[in-house]
Design a binder for this molecule. Structure first.
Ligand SMILES: *Cc1c(COP(=O)(O)O)cnc(C)c1O
Length: 504
């Protein structure tokens, strides 16, 4: 161990001080973003694995063969748990062999699934703008992928429980569809899409079908045998994304993308020799990259094995069932749909009388005051006019079990505290906004950063860098929901961009 100088010690002290501003990453009080196994040894193992790989450049596994060795192990494990072994390896064809890549996260896995499918579609003669077809509940990463890679995103409406009717999606199939995406499960409501019906129909139509198991991929394999098939056991599933930095309990920066068929997967790569530098060949979006999170994910897989993952998954399942039962029993609330996996969403029970309804965003604001962070999801009106209610989202992790009684108590108390308080009516808040020209409201006029900042300020946001958001988020979310999407999106950009600006 190298001794640190006084100056370095002070820098690290300052870093620790900065970290005290953050939401608590351990202990189960933050019910999104962080995935706490509750096992301190696992975190230490990950930290030492990262440390070991710190100087390595993951760009080139020929210079650093350890990177390829870890990747083979991780992909091999993922392929087995996702039922990809039966059609892979000895005796299998190049078309059916499941191969894969470790990426930097769920978004990169999703982006690459779309890029691969688009390039395969083009190679097969597709011309013009391809379509990306998915239910409304598909993760926003696919909106981003369509935007980055030039596909038309067609979102298929779901019912008020977030459930997709497979036929609604299948009847939109066409030769211009480069990729169909379903989720196992979806992030907003944890609904397990009808993967078998969709993937089988896609296969008959000759279409690629991705299963986004970013959140479910490292927990559903040990959830129980009563789940419908959703992985490579279904022949029509052509790719799957699964995040190690979620229920693989690895630090942020690691996910896997598995693809059916070597020839399909080669469209994921980028290679060029047409510059005066080293020959470039990249399976993923980055060039030089850290191998730290890969090493951490790899080490955790070795440490947990099937039995370890099974135990943690079953802990999540027990906690989720207890929470869903408790939340469903709270007067004025309802669970959205039939969630599968360690996450769920809570909405107002609109069949309850007004005085006993509980608004989920008021609930979340109250929960925050009580020391628990649950995520507020805005409502959404779909293209068919069917409205999805605004909700509160909870992701359950193994650590949840150690705080379960307190968490249920907080839910019950928060609901009691806000019961009968009506949802924020954005119309009453909009007058606080500066006089906005109609073209800006409609999102047709490009806002300058000053105009955007002024609108944010009128909403009470962003005045002070450290404390960018007001204590109660419900009014803000209601306004954001009511404003046109392009305007809201521009304001979000301004909010985040200002956070990173040096303060003189
Ligand atoms: C988290 C998630 C993603 C995106 O993953 P990031 O790791 O946040 O980039 C995609 N799909 C689903 C279903 C997810 O839960």
């Amino acid at each position: 161990m190298v001794e640190l100088t006084k100056q370095s010690e002070q820098i690290l002290a300052r870093l620790s001080e900065l970290r005290t501003m953050d939401a608590p990453t351990h202990g189960g009080h933050v019910l999104s973003y962080v995935y706490d196994s509750g096992l301190a040894e696992l975190d230490e193992l990950a930290a030492q694995a990262i440390r070991t790989m710190q100087p390595v450049n993951g760009l080139d596994p020929t210079t650093f063969p350890s990177v390829a060795a870890m990747e083979r192990d991780v992909i091999g494990f993922a392929r087995r748990i996702l039922h990809g072994d039966a059609t892979s390896g000895a005796g299998a064809t190049a078309d059916t062999t499941i191969v894969g890549t470790v990426t930097s996260g769920g978004t990169e896995s999703c982006l690459l699934a779309v890029k691969t499918a688009r390039d395969l579609w083009r190679a097969n003669g597709g011309t013009g703008t391809p379509r990306l077809l998915a239910p409304v509940t598909v993760h926003a990463a696919f909106h981003k992928a369509a935007h980055y890679f030039g596909l038309d995103l067609e979102l298929v409406p779901v019912d008020t429980d977030g459930q997709l009717d497979a036929n609604e999606l299948i009847l939109r199939f066409g030769a211009d569809v480069a990729l169909v995406v379903v989720s196992a499960p979806s992030y907003p409501f944890a609904n397990l899409d009808p993967v078998e019906a969709v993937a089988t129909a896609a296969s008959i139509a000759g279409l690629s079908c991705h299963v986004d198991a970013c959140i479910g991929g490292w927990v559903l394999p040990w959830w129980g045998s009563d789940l419908p098939a959703w992985d490579f056991a279904i022949a029509g599933v052509t790719s799957i994304s699964a995040d190690l930095h979620k229920f693989g309990y690895a630090p942020k920066g690691v996910s896997v993308l598995l693809q059916r068929g070597r020839d399909r997967q080669r469209h994921q790569y980028f290679a060029t020799k047409r510059w005066p530098g080293y020959p470039v060949v990249n399976p993923t979006m980055l060039g030089s990259k850290s191998a730290g999170a890969l090493a951490a994910g790899w080490a955790i897989i070795q440490r947990l094995g099937d039995d370890g993952f099974a135990a943690l998954s079953q802990s999540c399942k027990r906690s989720t069932e207890a929470l869903v039962t408790a939340a469903d029993a709270i007067e004025g609330l309802r669970i959205v749909g039939s969630p599968i996996g360690p996450l769920f969403a809570i909405a107002t029970d609109e069949s309850a009388p007004l005085t006993s309804r509980v608004d989920p965003h008021h609930l979340a604001d109250r929960m925050r005051q009580l020391g628990w962070l649950v995520q507020q999801q805005p409502g959404l009106t779909q293209s068919d006019g069917v409205r999805l209610q605004h909700t509160a989202h909870l992701t359950v992790t193994p650590v949840t079990e150690s705080v379960l009684t307190d968490l249920i108590g907080a839910l019950v108390q928060a609901a009691d505290d806000v019961r009968g308080e009506p949802a924020v009516d954005p119309v009453r808040l909009l007058p606080a906004l500066p006089e906005l020209p109609a073209a800006i409201l409609a999102g047709e006029q490009v806002l300058t950063s000053e105009q955007a900042f002024e609108i944010l300020a009128s909403l009470g946001i962003g005045a002070d860098g450290a404390d960018a958001l007001p204590e109660h988020l419900a009014p803000l979310l209601a306004v954001m929901e009511a404003l046109p999407a392009p305007l809201t999106e521009r304001l979000l950009v301004e909010l985040l961009a200002r956070l990173a600006e040096p303060q003189h």
